[in-house]
Write a protein that binds this ligand. Structure first.
Ligand SMILES: Nc1nc2c(ncn2[C@@H]2O[C@H](COP(=O)(O)OP(=O)(O)O)[C@@H](O)[C@H]2O)c(=O)[nH]1
Ligand SMILES: [Mg+2]
Length: 315
């Protein structure tokens, strides 16, 4: 078989519901293998069904637990759910734990659920772009919801938010850094804010605090703040309804517009990698020379950077 046949065959089997084939497609996409362009072409006719949802928020807020509760609720409604757990820290934290939770609910025997953890460092070009590449595979394989769980509150969380159809930001009472993380920009990107652990004291006060912060921004004032308990399931149906409502609005934009945004993001990631690589490969001596010239007022940092990246080695 040629690689084109192999890619088409793999994609066809994934789209027909074969779980091992889907797992292989995801691995090819994660590794950014040479099969990726053929896979994308083979998956394309089946795209447009899925709503992608990004979950961000501080560690411990309950993202994994809430994702699991959403899976259970969505399955009752007959929806098929794919999960991408992005966890750059450790295979023993978020991603793997989420896998365990889902296993505990026996969802792994369920064809309507597929969980993929990105806990390894094997992903070329970073974990976030790897997750973004995987969205099409879940979509073409017939999943209605693709839930992406990120870890922490760093740049990659903001990045995921830029490409998900619906952005959910989680908070929970008793996490001291919550409001700080919120102020650091997470609230700006939220379509829905969830205060989880509503079964704990202080949840409602946290929700009011966040509502207050949101109301300071006129354009964000209509962002709903929901209270959920991922352990008891309270509020999860309302959250799922919110995902459906906002997802429908975003899907109306059309699949190509949304895929294009993802492709632009992937180019940006690849460009950043190239710049980093280029800088690393440049001799420290040359950078030292340029630094000296900045000190003498002979050039600017901007001009020096442009010169380094252009590869010109004139003095
Ligand atoms: N009381 C309570 N505990 C929760 C709730 N959701 C999650 N937890 C607990 O909070 C801890 C962190 O949850 P996890 O889902 O791993 O958080 P993540 O780091 O955001 O993915 C775990 O011990 C969960 O059992 C909730 O709604 N209520
Ligand atoms: Mg987690």
């Amino acid at each position: 078989m040629t690689s084109i046949d192999a890619a088409a065959d793999l994609a066809a089997r994934a789209m027909a519901g074969e779980r091992r084939a889907l797992a292989s497609v995801l691995t090819e996409l994660e590794r950014q293998s040479t099969l990726v362009p053929q896979l994308i072409r083979a998956l394309m006719p089946n795209l447009g069904r899925a709503t992608t949802v990004g979950f961000t928020g501080p560690p411990g807020a309950g993202k994994s637990t809430l994702v699991n509760a959403i899976i259970a609720m969505a399955r009752l409604q007959g929806k098929r759910v794919g999960v991408i757990a992005v966890d750059p820290s450790s295979p023993l934290s978020g991603g793997a734990i989420l896998g365990d939770r889902v296993r505990m609910t026996a969802a792994l025997d369920d064809d309507g659920v597929f969980v993929r953890s990105l806990a390894s460092r094997g992903a070329l070009g970073g974990l976030t772009p790897a997750a973004v590449r995987m969205i099409d595979a879940f979509d073409a394989a017939g999943f209605d919801l693709v839930l992406i769980e990120t870890v922490g509150t760093g740049q990659s969380e903001i990045d995921i938010a830029g490409i998900a159809d619906v952005r959910v930001v989680l908070a929970a009472p008793g996490l001291g850094d919550d409001m700080q993380a919120m102020k650091a920009g997470l609230l700006e990107i939220a379509d829905i804010v969830v205060v989880n652990k509503a079964d704990r004291p202080g949840a409602h006060a946290t929700a009011l605090q966040i509502q207050g912060a949101l109301s300071l921004r006129a354009e964000r004032s209509r962002v709903p703040v929901l209270e959920t308990s991922a352990v008891s399931g309270s509020g999860v149906a309302e959250l799922l309804a919110g995902l459906d409502r906002i997802g429908a609005i975003r899907r109306a934009e059309g699949i190509q517009a949304r895929r294009r945004r993802r492709a632009l993001y992937l180019i940006e990631c690849a460009a950043r990698d190239l710049v980093t690589e280029r800088l690393a490969s440049l001799a420290g001596e040359r950078r030292g020379d340029l630094a000296d010239r900045i000190l003498k007022g002979e050039t600017t940092a901007g001009a020096a950077a442009a010169k380094l990246l252009s590869g010109r080695h004139d003095p």
